[in-house]
Design a protein around this ligand. Structure first.
Ligand code: SF4
Length: 339
């Protein structure tokens, strides 16, 4: 096991397979225009598999495919089939906005994908138009149904924004229950790309718990489970569970074992990190697995990142980057880093 300077193991890897997305969510991609990663810089499936193999040999057991929107990458089941049997990888998952999931859920399951998380910020189609500039709510619902039909354990991610969708918490819990899924409410984060973020719009974990307990009664924390997981889980009196990712008001950096590989092979140790490590250059120059493993090991051993905890201490918290800074380096965007 490789340990960083704060005693955190290198345990999970989020692999972005594309920086493109077919939604324009307010909290992630609110602009009209974006600077994209150059096509020739995007890693091939073989290159991704090679890097994931090196990470797995160093102790990474959890791999999550992300984007942008991962299902925009052509033939994702092929990559899934390359990663699923890899020694050391115990948990292969994907986070998707669901728009293209209806057709791909079954092939992905057959290829060995273990779990799916679908972003679902609202149950109201009109609201999705305002929040994500898309009229395809029906496709997301079809994707969720297909994921269940394919047999995936399913989570739903909801970014809660005050005045936007904070009135849907109970509806989303009930929707998740009806679809045999678990919803996770995520606090609005001031990450790269969230240029419209303001502290006033953060609907906090405390407020979420208040709203839910008014409706259901006393809520108990679920203590068992993966302590490095970002969501705290809670149980309603009737046994249903839900999660909260309180990244903004109660960050969990001290147990963070996650890092992120962008679609062009840049490795980030934190969602808030200023810069990443270029793994594509050594990979394409012909470095062997041992050289790549040494680079990854040395980089992780020097890790001190605790971005969300540091931001918590800021007096006047504001968006992490302005638009000009994001255009100058698209690696700063959350949709490039894989959320
Ligand atoms: S802010 Fe960085 S260190 Fe903290 S939980 Fe997020 S990715 Fe991990």
């Amino acid at each position: 096991m490789i340990i960083d300077r704060l005693q955190r193991p290198l345990g999970s890897l989020r692999v972005s397979v594309t920086d493109r997305c077919n939604l324009r969510c307010q909290y992630c991609m609110p602009e009209r225009d974006y600077v994209w990663l150059p096509k020739q810089s995007i890693l091939t499936f073989e290159e991704i598999t090679r890097l994931v193999g090196v990470f797995a040999s160093l102790g990474v057991a959890k791999v999550r495919l992300t984007g942008g929107e991962p299902l925009l990458r052509h033939d994702l089941p092929r990559l899934t089939a390359m990663l699923a049997p890899m020694e050391g990888v115990r948990d292969l998952a994907m986070t998707t906005n669901g728009l293209l999931l209806a057709k791909q859920a079954a092939p992905l399951r057959q290829a060995g994908l273990g779990r799916v998380t679908v972003s679902l910020d609202t149950l109201r189609p009109k609201r999705m138009q305002d929040l994500a500039r898309s009229d395809r709510h029906v496709d997301v619902l079809a994707g969720i149904a297909a994921a269940r039909a394919a047999g995936f354990p399913l989570k739903l991610n909801t970014v809660v924004i005050r005045g936007v969708n904070d009135d849907e918490l109970v509806d989303l819990i009930e929707f998740a229950r009806a679809h045999d899924a678990e919803v996770r409410f995520i606090e609005y984060m001031d990450v790269g790309g969230a240029t419209g973020w303001s502290a006033e719009q953060v609907f906090s974990q405390r407020e979420i718990l208040e709203v839910v307990s008014v409706r259901y009664g006393p809520i108990a924390p679920v203590t068992a489970g993966d302590l490095s997981a970002p969501a705290e889980r809670f149980r309603l009196p009737d046994g249903a569970t839900f999660g909260i990712v309180a990244s903004t008001t109660a960050p969990f950096c001290r147990s963070c074992d996650r890092s992120r590989l962008t679609a062009d092979g840049t490795w980030f140790l934190c969602l808030y990190a200023e810069r990443g490590t270029d793994l594509r250059e050594p990979l394409r120059r012909g470095a062997g697995d041992a050289e790549l493993a040494d680079l990854i090991t040395a980089t992780w051993r020097g890790r001190t990142d605790r971005g969300a905890e540091e931001r918590l201490g800021l007096a006047n918290r504001a968006p992490l980057f302005q638009v000009e800074g994001l255009r100058a380096d698209p690696h700063r965007e959350m949709h490039t880093r894989g959320g």
